[in-house]
Write a protein that binds this ligand. Sequence first.
Ligand SMILES: CC(C)(COP(=O)(O)OP(=O)(O)OC[C@H]1O[C@@H](n2cnc3c(N)ncnc32)[C@H](O)[C@@H]1OP(=O)(O)O)[C@@H](O)C(=O)NCCC(=O)NCCS
Length: 163
Amino acid sequence: MIDIIIANTANHYSKIAKLADVIWREHYIPIVGKPQIDYMLDKYQSATAIREQVVNGFEYFLITFNTTPVGYISIKKEAESLFLSKIYVSSVYRGKKIGKAAMAFIEEKAKDYELKRIRLTVNINNTNSIKAYEKLGFVNTGPLVTDIGNGFVMDDYQMVKTV
Ligand SMILES: CC(C)(COP(=O)(O)OP(=O)(O)OC[C@H]1O[C@@H](n2cnc3c(N)ncnc32)[C@H](O)[C@@H]1OP(=O)(O)O)[C@@H](O)C(=O)NCCC(=O)NCCS
């Protein structure tokens, strides 16, 4: 059974940081290389960084499958859109409709906030996830390059779904 629970304790942040460490290394090192992932994990996905983001308006949710942590979501309410900052499912649990359940949950959040759009950014070479987002109803609105410091950039597409 899939559960999506609000992450608001040090224990939750630590579980998410552990998931991020495994998922990001496996998934992104082939795409952007180890130095950038070491930098991004430390800057964005340590338990401390997650807690700071929560203080600054990001909401994190832990996804469990039969009580095992298998993924996580991060969202932020913006003026015009719900920003889907992160959605990750552990590799062995992918393709089992967990991402789809997570997206239904996010759509409900958008409706709760009376927002008509969900937007996300995805690396231009993250081909499988782009395909999954298209299946989930997102449309590519074009490139978005973000300087994240230390000589690194995030080379993304923005994708948008109307809800
Ligand atoms: C993207 C991700 C969250 C999707 O979660 P998931 O649990 O694997 O997705 P689901 O099983 O719920 O599939 C959702 C839909 O996408 C489709 N899909 C999933 N992976 C796909 C792939 N590699 N290629 C084509 N379609 C795919 C499914 O067929 C399904 O569509 P359908 O209901 O019409 O059949 C997950 O694959 C993931 O964590 N990927 C790696 C990390 C990542 O890149 N995250 C996004 C960062 S921006």
